[in-house]
Design a protein around this ligand. Structure first.
Ligand SMILES: NC(=O)c1ccc[n+]([C@@H]2O[C@H](COP(=O)([O-])OP(=O)(O)OC[C@H]3O[C@@H](n4cnc5c(N)ncnc54)[C@H](OP(=O)(O)O)[C@@H]3O)[C@@H](O)[C@H]2O)c1
Length: 325
């Protein structure tokens, strides 16, 4: 089968087409004929040699795909050959065929394009588990999502606006802020021009926000503490600016804040299945009407290098995909 290989892993890596044997699904797994694979920042890190796949996962890049089930492994029920699906993977997505745990599969409804569905799993799983499980966002509470037009942010805004929350977001240009408002953000803050702490305080009558999803880190660690409401929860999913910061923790104590950070990829299949079940019940019924994948661009598999270069520039809005021939 066609796959993408990483040549010269490291800072100057190159992505090239190669061949690998078609994988076989083990017990509890299915084989998917891949229609498209979603790009994630972790793929860039892995190609640079900084983020190895978890033990047992395919060394091929790619943590999410859409496609059609072509084979069922032992002990798989509830799925049939021919079902259109999208799936969260621990690896192996940049390929013609990919193996997925049945517990990480989600159906692709008729209202969603089968290629575009490749942009759903990673963002949906990440946004949900970090904001709801770790961030404990409660009905009526407000939310600040940094990186609002990122792959994760563009879906997260739609999900939590659709569930009735007031969503604030940050992005690095006026164009990105306009896009974020179109996705349902009550206020999109261009961090190049405005201080998100001051804006969020003003918008909430001085109270601050209840939950913050952050992928930036660095000086945002302190500023998030300032922007948070009493009993607020701040969840980091990345430290794109810096993972080191000088922080005054006194307001964490006085405001009774929770600071947390999690990763998704290394979680067990059972933990991913639990998130999948909630997404299926609460978010999948809203797909096509209130929530859609936002796709920046789809590249042919052979142009994976170009796709990575686009992602590295961070000018995109939404997800970047690789489409099978
Ligand atoms: N922990 C987990 O389980 C988990 C799971 C999935 C993803 N992630 C991480 O979450 C992040 C988002 O993933 P993605 O795939 O959605 O990435 P993406 O589409 O490439 O988006 C990254 C966003 O980060 C913003 N950004 C980058 N550097 C920034 C800075 N210095 N200050 C402010 N904003 C900055 C950019 O927005 P602007 O142009 O507006 O600056 C860009 O939209 C990545 O770092 C990824 O590794 C973590």
């Amino acid at each position: 089968m066609n796959v993408v290989h990483v040549q010269n892993p490291g800072r100057d890596y190159r992505l090239v087409l190669g061949q690998e044997p078609k994988p076989a699904p083990g017990p509890g797994q299915v084989l998917i004929s891949v229609a498209a694979a979603g790009l994630n920042n972790a793929d860039l890190l892995q190609a640079r040699g900084h983020y190895p796949p978890p033990p047992g996962a395919s060394p091929i890049l790619g943590m999410e795909v859409s496609g059609t089930i072509v084979e069922l492994g032992a002990n798989v029920s509830g799925w049939t050959v021919g079902d259109p699906v999208c799936a969260l993977l621990p690896g192996g997505g940049y390929a013609q065929f990919a193996v997925a745990d049945a517990g990480s599969l989600l159906p692709v409804p008729d209202t969603i394009d089968r290629i575009e569905a490749a942009g759903l799993p990673e963002a949906a799983f990440t946004a949900w588990t970090n904001i709801m499980d770790t961030g404990r966002l409660a009905p009526g509470e407000s939310l600040l999502i940094h990186g609002g037009t990122s792959g994760i942010g563009s879906l997260a805004i739609q999900i939590f606006a659709a569930l009735g929350h007031t969503v604030f977001t940050t992005a690095g240009s006026d164009g990105k802020c306009t896009a974020a408002r179109g996705l349902g953000a009550a206020r999109a803050i261009n961090y190049q021009k405005e201080d998100f702490v001051a804006v969020v305080k003003e918008e909430t009558g001085g109270k601050g926000v209840d939950v913050i999803l952050d992928m930036v880190g660095g000086d945002y660690v302190q500023r998030n503490i300032e922007a948070a409401a009493v009993w607020g929860r701040i969840v980091n999913i990345a430290y794109q600016k810096a993972s080191k910061a000088e922080v005054n923790f006194a307001p964490v104590l006085t405001k009774r804040l929770t600071l947390a950070a999690t990763t998704l990829r290394g979680r067990t299949p059972e933990q991913k299945r639990a998130i999948r079940d909630v997404l299926l019940a609460r978010i999948w019924p809203l797909l096509g009407s209130r929530i859609k994948p936002v796709i920046a661009q789809a590249f042919p598999l052979a142009q994976a290098q170009k796709a990575h270069e686009l992602m590295a520039k961070t000018g995109h809005i939404g997800k970047i995909l690789l489409q099978m021939p």
